[in-house]
Design a binder for this molecule. Structure first.
Ligand code: SAH
Length: 226
């Protein structure tokens, strides 16, 4: 899978790219992440990418031209299935969004900044808008990192134990059961004895029941739609 991220702050994404699962996925050749500095696509000598909003008001707006330049150059190199704009008013990111996007081969993620991007981009060039929650951050870089991470860990072969992504919260419409590791007794706080019993069938049954219980408590509105 190839993910191209367009940003005015490439440095903000670098540490994300060079660590952990994302780095491993790239090393294994399972994903290619390209970061594009929007300023490289500016049409002015000063590498300007933003301007005042028509109609006045505080806050700058990312201009249409550098972004379209970048999109057009990228589209010459391959065909993209989605051009995603990270936006607080986009579709709320769900596990199902990540599942769906992880099946694609080439996507672009555009990070906004300041007041956002020129609306004409959203109307004519963006195919999908994704929000990571009903709050406003200063830029789309962290949201883009969140979305990329959620997608990349689902690509087969990225996690060392492939089944572990499948047993995460939301994959089956349920949140995950509690997990424990050694020691079995920490200052009198003990691990449920069933987990030490060695009876795998009963352990799976217990985990399923715990998942159901937690889902009812923590996500009562959810069920099978996740
Ligand atoms: N004026 C805009 C907010 C701009 S915030 C509004 O009120 O909707 C600047 C940029 O940060 C946005 O263009 C977007 O790319 C990103 N961003 C901020 N919060 C976000 C969120 N919750 N989800 C996804 N992207 C977000």
């Amino acid at each position: 899978m190839r993910i191209d991220i367009i940003t005015v702050l490439p440095e903000l994404l670098e540490s994300f790219l060079n660590h952990s699962i994302v780095q491993r996925a790239q090393d294994k050749g399972l994903v290619t992440l390209n970061i594009h500095n929007l300023r490289d696509y500016s049409v002015t000598r000063h590498r300007t990418v933003d301007d005042y909003a028509y109609g006045g008001g505080a806050g700058m707006v990312l201009m249409i031209e550098p972004i379209v330049n970048c999109l057009e150059q990228l589209k010459e190199t391959c065909e993209y299935q989605e051009v995603i704009y990270m936006s607080p008013d986009g579709d709320p990111l769900q596990q199902s969004t990540a599942n769906e996007l992880s099946l694609l081969t080439n996507i672009i993620i555009l990070c906004g900044h300041y007041k956002g991007i020129d609306e004409r981009l959203r109307q004519h060039f963006i195919t999908r808008e994704v929000s990571i929650g009903d709050y406003v951050l200063s830029g789309g870089e962290l949201p883009a990192a969140v979305l990329s991470d959620a997608i990349i860990r689902l690509i087969p072969g990225v996690l060392s134990d492939e089944s572990s992504a499948l047993s995460d919260s939301f994959q089956d419409g349920l949140v995950a059961p509690p997990v424990y590791t050694r020691p079995a007794d920490f200052r009198g706080m003990t691990v449920p004895s069933i987990l030490l019993s060695g009876h795998q069938d009963q352990i799976e049954k217990w985990r399923f029941e715990q998942s159901l219980k937690r889902t009812k408590e923590r996500r009562p509105e959810s069920g099978s739609q996740m």
